[in-house]
Ligand binder design. Structure first.
Ligand code: PGA
Length: 313
């Protein structure tokens, strides 16, 4: 039998990051919005600013819609909120259709009472020779604001957080980065054609993200299931930047059931040592084993069952 070492690595380690699973993206987003609202209010009572690290893309849209609703219908004020966005394309004009600057205004800032001077989105218009100093200044501003209380990234299909593509060092700071082709392809839907997707972006670094007091990563949908499993259960490696969050003491993934599909607790719960054998689960385990070993069910041997964690019935 060929042993798939990659599989064994994943299965051996299981979940290295806290995972909160909600039935749908909307429900998960509401729960996170409630958590953020509670923190904003707590900071208001203490007379302190609440510093948030924010993301763009399809993932946080429900979260922002819920924060806007909390502002409009439940009087949640953002006057003490200071925000720093994770990333922006480079180069890009702030009012371009695809700019994250524009996205943030349309999805959130135009609808709440945050003062304009308190939100920060990387500037995609500066000349390249000014970028290094600009990025250093971005880091300094985060620190001057008191550091990020919560950072809320999404996750790319290649495991990127912000635009920290695979290979980004755990020590990386805010900087200009070359986008992966896979990222340009994933984001091409927003542009007239692939050639117009910028090749560069400004992103907070991994170390910037890891300095946040708390990180809440959001992931929705079955297309995120594999990378969620790899990030939560695989080895922490810069080849999967989100897996570096395993090294942060206060991180959780808030995901929907579809994005949780590949976690061992769902896919092979018998391996977690904590499962109720039902006829349906037995069928799932046996057919899964047959597929994995490429054998007919009746050809599976005791050894096959034993070697794959199916020896306890
Ligand atoms: P998405 O992107 O929210 O559009 O899925 C996430 C990301 O690339 O970080």
């Amino acid at each position: 039998m060929t042993i798939n070492h990659q599989e064994i690595e994943l299965i051996d380690s299981f979940e290295q990051i806290a995972v909160e699973i909600h039935p749908t993206a909307k429900e998960g987003s509401k729960a996170v919005a409630a958590e953020i609202a509670a923190l904003i209010r707590q900071k208001q009572t203490a007379g302190e600013p609440c510093v948030l690290g924010l993301a763009t893309g399809s993932t946080p849209k429900y979260l922002y819609a819920e924060l806007v609703r909390l502002h409009k219908e439940e009087g949640l004020s953002f006057k003490n909120v200071v925000t720093f966005n994770l990333d922006e394309y480079y180069p890009i004009e702030p009012d371009a259709l695809q700019s994250y600057n524009r996205f943030m205004k349309e999805q959130l800032f135009n609808h709440i009472d945050i003062p304009e001077s308190q939100y920060h989105i990387p500037d995609g218009t500066l000349p390249k020779e000014k970028m290094k100093a600009y990025c250093e200044e971005y880091e300094r501003k985060i620190e001057a604001a008191g550091g990020l209380d919560v950072q809320i990234p999404g996750i790319g299909n290649n495991g990127h957080i912000g635009f920290n593509e695979p290979g980004s060092s755990i020590n990386s700071h805010t900087r200009l980065i070359t986008l992966d082709n896979s990222t340009r392809l994933a984001n091409a839907y927003d542009f007239p054609n692939m050639s117009q997707v910028p090749r560069l972006a400004i992103t907070m670094g991994i170390s910037t993200i890891l300095k946040a007091k708390k990180v809440i990563l959001l992931a929705w949908g079955s297309h995120k299931a594999k990378i969620v499993r790899r990030s939560v259960e695989g080895h922490s490696s810069d080849q999967v930047p989100a897996s570096l969050l395993q090294q942060h003491p206060n991180t959780k993934f808030v995901i929907d059931e579809q994005a949780a599909h590949d976690l061992t607790r769902n896919k092979e719960p018998w391996l977690t040592g904590d499962c109720e054998w039902t006829p349906a689960l037995i069928r799932k385990a046996v057919t899964g084993l047959a597929l994995k070993l490429n054998k007919a069910i009746l050809m599976l041997t005791d050894k096959d069952y034993n070697e794959n964690g199916l020896n306890d019935w």
